[in-house]
Design a protein around this ligand. Sequence first.
Ligand code: RFL
Ligand code: PHB
Length: 406
Amino acid sequence: MALASWAAMGGIDETEVAIVGAGPAGLVLAHLLAARDIDCVVLEQRDRAYVEHRVRAGVLEHPTVELLRELGLAERLEREGLAHRGIQLAVDGIRHRIDFVELTGRSITLYGQQEVVKDLIAARLAGGGQIVFEALDVAPTAIDTDRPVVQYRHDGVARTLRCRIVAGCDGSYGVCGPLVADRTVTEHTYPFAWLGVLAEAAPTQDELVYASHDRGFALYSMRSPTVTRLYLQVAPDEQLAAWSDDRIWDELATRLPVGDGFRLNTGPIIDRGITAMHSSVATPMRHGNLLVAGDAAHIVPATGAKGMNLAIADATVLAAVIDDALRGGRPEHLADYTPTCLRRVWRTQHFSHRMTTMLHRFDDDAFRRQLQRTELEIVTSSVAAATDLAEHYVGLPFATLAERAT
Ligand code: RFL
Ligand code: PHB
């Protein structure tokens, strides 16, 4: 039986699961719990408009789309998302196709992360779910006990949320990850960053282009029939101010394979930012009744287009172990959370690292450059190698509880 939710009594509220963060991990978890009739409250430090307009990821793996469909959350995604059959890898100005549908029978969907977030928020609120925006100074306590408490401030009032489980879905700069007292962080920083822009320019084709170029990597992506998303490899300490619109377009035209018939439309740049390229895995992902998911536990470099998908995959495992603990009377199954997630996390780290090292320029290391060319040649000429890349890109199936790594 669900605890009486949101029974406000002098600033003290109660729920079963307190979810910190309304990103993809926290919102998908809220929907999965609601589908199991488990009560939850989402606490988000930003306002609704901010989280709904934060430009980030755009590639949805096949299992992510299937999950959103099963949850009845894919109506707009199916209408507006762009189904992509494959990707293109450009080497020395020549494009090579990796046809996902031919190689795996599956495809990916281009749909902005902020659109996913908008859909999840709207559906959660329409279903009577609780999302507290602008929840400040969120502080989970008593996570070692079976009655954790989350303190926060809202509208200038101090509030207390009592719960059974705290789900830390608050991203890489959140407060939950560091509360896992005995965690070990394994990490790697790449010697470059990405300059990403969103432009009001119609895409000229319906596949992404990952371009390996002597001047550095470039990526051609899109968001809609009128908006293109583009990235350039830049120095890790690069300043946005150094990149005028003309310089961005000139560099894209140089690195993208314009010589082989590829066309690049230009247009007003409506968003821009620099993103560090970093890999990290923090383990364990649980401390007592606090369980962390998504970027709060691990970061992957964007080249594999995996961060949002991995955050959602964690949420599926988390919902299952919470269900086991709260409904199945098996709290010991919370111990399965970390090992089950870590299998996919490391497979994803491996894939993202591989895509990153295969495609970016690393200083003037001629030996490494030749190895990169050879790897690109293998991937673009061997069906077995292309199938391996395609299977990882479209997304490995989500783990079922039966596959728990215990
Ligand atoms: P999020 O999305 O960062 O959400 C965390 C939420 O928690 C809130 N928060 C707090 N709330 C309360 N109290 C606190 N103390 C809080 N601290 C933080 C935040 O405001 C936020 O709302 O984490 P989540 O849910 O784990 O999702 C992870 C993804 O956002 C991330 O991995 C992806 O965006 C990464 N990523 C990509 N992933 C993909 O799957 N496919 C892609 O194509 C892709 N491309 C990208 C990317 C990330 C990029 N950037 C900008 C980092 C491209 C880029 C450029
Ligand atoms: C994006 O469209 O934002 C995108 C696509 C592919 C990536 C990373 C980002 O690998």
